[in-house]
Design a protein around this ligand. Structure first.
Ligand SMILES: Cc1ncc(COP(=O)(O)O)c(C=O)c1O
Length: 380
């Protein structure tokens, strides 16, 4: 083993990627002096692009002032970040706590639901990655039921299952990077049934949040009002900050339930400053409507290729969360070819899927360039 390599070298890529030394906007520079257009936004995180000036300035300013004071102490920037987050999440009188990773936010969301309902059962849609560990990270263990299993139940079995469910977890369409948008009617029906039985709706917005789908959050495309929202990734534009937002009612119930939770980087001023700068930049740069426009341009360009019948299939997306399928067994080849053309995309080899999640600041020319690169691959 080479000194300096990762203990967990899980690249997930079918191609060799050169070392990256710098990034600006959608472009990454490699040690070999090559520019690559990053159509994965890191791990779907750099929604504002790499090295965003306002985010970097906020990070540096806060790092100089104070990075970390401990969750027992209050800090004005943390209060501002929490308040702005509650506002954009549609819970202006709710409460939030800042954490460090998406997994942690989802896990805490579920712990909150279990604590206030007194039930630790979880109803989840199958095929959705929710967490690296814990209750949500290990589907098939503990008291988890998929919506598909639940829908196959009737009568007493269904009532029993419902009586154990503290939360239904909705992930609004990333679907482990396959971009499978949930059926709005099915979601509304399941959520109504769980709510009527006293359970909560926890929404995992780790990937779909912070403008990725053309709205602040993915659930805002559906007819549901969450009790708990978990955010991460885009919240820090690559800096590790995440959060849980709850409605006023759930905040009151959390207080009554006496739930205690603490970790070292809870409500750190540095993460708060970054998240606040991200929210302000999305607003100042009109990135929600830009995402709708660029997303429409991207899916229309790919749909035109699909219409030629040359090998692109099942183009799907919402905003700048997009995927398409290629001929069976060719996803690795497609990914490598796009990398050769200067575009970094994701590939799911098992599903023959190419994933396209560019930063929301992507330009029309970069999208046209990408669609041309896909066309060149197909015709080569
Ligand atoms: C939908 C979703 N939820 C939760 C997570 C976990 O976030 P993190 O990797 O920041 O812990 C991910 C990560 O990819 C995700 O895609």
């Amino acid at each position: 083993m080479t000194r300096g390599t990762s203990l967990l070298p899980l690249s997930g890529l079918a191609v060799e990627v050169p070392d990256v030394v710098a990034g600006s906007g959608c472009v990454l520079q490699t040690t070999a002096g090559r520019d690559l257009v990053d159509f994965e936004s890191g791990v779907w995180s750099a929604n504002l692009g790499h090295g965003h000036p306002a985010v970097t300035a906020a990070l540096v300013k806060q790092a100089v002032a104070v990075m970390h004071v401990g969750y027992r102490w209050s800090h004005p920037i943390v209060m501002r970040a929490r308040a702005r987050l509650c506002e954009v999440a549609g819970a202006p009188d709710g409460q939030a706590v800042l954490l460090a990773s998406g997994s942690e936010a989802v896990e805490l969301g579920l712990r909150i639901a279990a604590s206030v309902t007194g039930r630790d059962g979880v109803l989840r849609f199958s095929g959705h990655y929710l967490s690296a560990y814990g209750a949500a990270g290990a589907p098939g263990t503990g008291r988890q039921v998929t919506v598909e299993e639940f829908d196959a139940m009737g009568g007493e079995e269904r009532r029993d299952a419902l009586a154990r469910v503290g939360a239904v977890v909705l992930e609004p369409g990333n679907a482990s990077g396959l971009v499978r948008l949930p059926d709005a009617r099915q979601v509304a029906r399941v959520v109504d049934e769980v709510r009527a039985a006293g359970g909560l709706l926890v929404v995992d917005e780790v990937t779909t949040g912070f403008g990725r789908t053309g709205r602040w959050f993915g659930f805002q495309h559906l007819d549901v009002r969450p009790d708990v929202v978990a955010v991460g990734k885009g919240a820090g534009n690559g800096y590790p900050v995440s959060a849980v937002v709850v409605t006023r009612e759930i905040a009151n119930r959390v207080e009554c339930a006496g739930l205690r939770y603490a970790q070292s980087h809870q409500d750190d001023p540095l993460g708060a400053a970054v998240m606040l700068a991200v929210i302000e930049a999305i607003e100042a740069e009109g990135l929600l409507s830009a995402t709708v426009d660029r997303g429409a341009q991207l899916t229309a360009g790919l749909a035109r290729l699909a219409a030629t019948g040359q090998g692109v299939r099942a183009v799907r997306g919402r905003g700048l969360m997009c995927a398409f399928d290629v001929a069976p067994g060719t996803a690795a080849q497609a990914q490598a070819s796009l990398l050769d053309s200067g575009y970094l995309v994701g590939a799911n080899l098992a599903h023959d899927t190419i994933r396209v999640y560019p930063p929301l600041v992507v330009t029309p020319a970069q999208i046209d360039g990408f669609v041309s690169a896909v066309r060149a691959y197909l015709t080569a």
